[in-house]
Design a protein around this ligand. Structure first.
Ligand SMILES: [Zn+2]
Length: 608
């Protein structure tokens, strides 16, 4: 169906793409690879200025999500970012000065919410909005990314940047040694308290704990977080009673599969896995009781497990997915190198995945029956989980698990609003269409209460009271895709040059062809970096070092390039050169945390 709504906003300011060049420091995206990255970014064009303070959607069928119902032929009025009135179209008059949007024969539902994402770059915001996801929660990444998200949030709220509402933490909190790459490694309660206090002072919304946190560290984290009014979300620590974490104050478990690996003793390793394992379902009621009694919220994240099952079978569906063209080439190359179905013991992964999947479906049903607060969290954009689209896979998965369409949509909308109000911001009101609520809404072509897949038929979104039509999102996303094709081609040229025995001159030729394009330069730098790390991971340290030397030669002012070379030199046992390169990194960027930490470590080991 073609949408003929009146244009509300002025055309988005045309700005050159690639305005911002941000370099990520140190180890970055969780769980992906050891490659350091330097990433260039395209920022969704915002800049809706103007005097219009609101709009009215007229004649629309509203899905308010307070209960399983459709209110037909309504007028919804939005002023200053809030829904101010919802009433029958015939009785409701639209105040002067508000734009009118024709909503007839369409459905207006609350915006979807994905409370477990890892934002890699701001251009992903467009994909969230294109799929009707108007709020995301970032569950950890690099320190640089975390700070960037706080700034993005400021710009989004000010209308300077187009994107979803954001809640965020910074790096995750892990024990010593950490399992998560890029995590804070907390060896003592004192260290835990200091780190939590710093995160609170920096303006983050919560802390996230990871597998290897010890009980004393965990207790300190919770206690310190309480003092600063921060909730504690995360995995279930592996080293102590999984129910103790919830009794001690963990507020949310960010994937139900945590219970498979802890409470249900599911095999953590796939080598020598006992194929006679059976999850003891008689233990479920006791788990449900503890989750309920301690007000713990749950992210079923069935889509993560299901997506992995698909990927173990074949990756073809990913490479054929039309969404792939909207993913940055660095994301695509991460996904390719992750290549889940090349794992050894693939059979065991599949068998364990199936055990897990069936248990998660059962737990999702039982948590739902018990009235436990469940919310959508997908782990986008980990491999196979497309930003925005993943939330729709989760909706479908919830229905496959046996939940009603209304319950699935509640988990994707209303429950998330309750989650944020309960743990993060008691004044937050979103996830429903009723007066006083934040105007986060999606206009869809068919009734999602009849089939949750209809929620994909996004024709427009309202985010924080800003109305954005699908055509505008499509226009910006297709500009992204064009840009990404160029970056991909350059990347392939760099690969060819490096494959040719790592010739710096050949890469320099590619670089000089795009001398004035900062983003392409950053792509080349990133490509050199990741190729170097890939060589190191394959045990070819000499080749890795030669490639990363080209990186420092072409990008002498990049701290990350020096940092990477230093790391490989250290892997080769060349402490003297490693120190020299880390010092170079600090020369060009005195705040480059990873180099500071690594230098301290090396020097602590004694004289060179
Ligand atoms: Zn995650």
């Amino acid at each position: 169906m073609h949408v003929t709504t009146r244009r509300l906003v002025r055309p988005f300011l045309a700005r050159p793409l690639a305005q911002t060049l941000t370099r990520l420091a140190g180890a970055t995206i969780l769980l992906l690879s050891l490659a350091h990255r330097s990433e260039a970014e395209i920022r969704p064009q915002g800049g809706v200025s103007g005097t219009e303070s609101g709009f009215a959607v007229v004649g629309v069928d509203v899905i308010p999500m307070d209960r399983d119902q459709v209110l037909e032929n309504q007028t919804v009025i939005v002023i200053d970012g809030r829904i101010t009135s919802v009433g029958g179209a015939d009785e409701t008059s639209v105040p002067d000065g508000l734009s009118r949007i024709d909503g007839r024969r369409r459905y207006l539902m609350p915006g979807l919410v994905d409370l477990h994402v890892h934002v890699r770059r701001p251009d992903e915001y467009l994909s969230y909005l294109a799929y009707g996801v108007t709020t995301v929660m970032h569950l950890g990444g690099s320190a640089t990314r975390g700070r960037q998200l706080l700034e993005d949030r400021r710009q989004i709220t000010a209308g300077e940047l187009l994107g979803p509402n954001i809640y965020a933490t910074e790096r995750v909190l892990d024990g010593d040694p950490p399992v998560a790459s890029g995590a804070y490694s907390l060896a003592s309660p004192e260290e835990a308290r200091r780190t939590v206090a710093e995160l609170a002072a920096a303006g983050f919304d919560f802390v996230k704990i990871y597998n290897n946190v010890s009980l004393p560290v965990f207790t300190a984290i919770v206690d310190e977080a309480r003092k600063h009014g921060l909730p504690v979300f995360g995995h279930v620590p592996r080293g102590f009673d999984p129910l103790a974490a919830m009794r001690e104050g963990q507020n949310a478990v960010v994937h139900t599969e945590e219970f498979f690996f802890t409470y249900f003793d599911g095999p953590r390793s796939t080598t020598e896995m006992d194929r006679s394992y059976v999850a003891d379902r008689s233990k479920i009621p006791a788990l449900v009781d503890v989750v309920f009694a301690n007000d713990v919220a749950i992210m079923p994240d069935l889509s993560f497990t299901f997506t992995n099952l698909l990927m173990w079978d074949s990756l073809d569906h990913l490479w054929m997915d039309a969404e792939l063209s909207y993913q940055h080439p660095n994301t695509v190359s991460d996904w390719r190198s992750f290549n889940i179905n090349r794992r050894e013991e693939i059979e065991n992964f599949v068998v364990r995945g199936q055990w897990k999947y069936e248990l998660l479906q059962e737990l999702t049903r039982q948590f739902q029956q018990a009235g436990i607060l469940q919310v959508i969290g997908t782990d986008a954009s980990l491999p196979g989980l497309f930003p925005g689209k993943a939330a729709h896979r989760e909706l479908t998965e919830l229905v496959k698990a046996g939940l009603s369409n209304f319950d699935a949509l509640s988990i994707g909308t209303r429950n998330a609003g309750e989650f944020v109000a309960r743990y993060i911001d008691e004044k937050a009101r979103f996830g429903r269409i009723e007066p006083g609520y934040r105007a986060d809404m999606v206009l869809v072509g068919e009734n999602p209460l009849a089939d949750v897949r209809h929620a994909r038929l996004v024709e427009a979104v309202a985010v924080n009271g800003r109305w954005v039509e699908r055509a505008e999102l499509d226009r910006q996303r297709s500009a992204l895709a064009t840009r990404y094709r160029t970056l991909t081609e350059v990347g392939e040229q760099v690969d060819a040059a490096l494959a040719d025995n790592g010739q710096g001159a050949a890469v320099r030729t590619v670089l000089s062809a795009h001398a004035d394009d900062g983003e392409i330069a950053a792509t080349i730098e990133q490509r050199i970096n990741s190729t170097g790390y890939a060589a190191a991971a394959a045990g070819e340290l000499e080749r890795a070092r030669r490639i990363l030397e080209i990186g420092t030669e072409l990008f002498p002012t990049s701290a990350n390039a020096w940092d990477s070379l230093a790391e490989i030199a250290l892997m080769q046992g060349d402490r003297r050169k490693s120190i020299e390169y880390y010092r170079k990194a600090l020369e060009v960027d005195p705040d480059f945390t990873n180099a500071v930490e690594q230098l301290e470590k090396i020097l602590a080991e004694g004289p060179v």
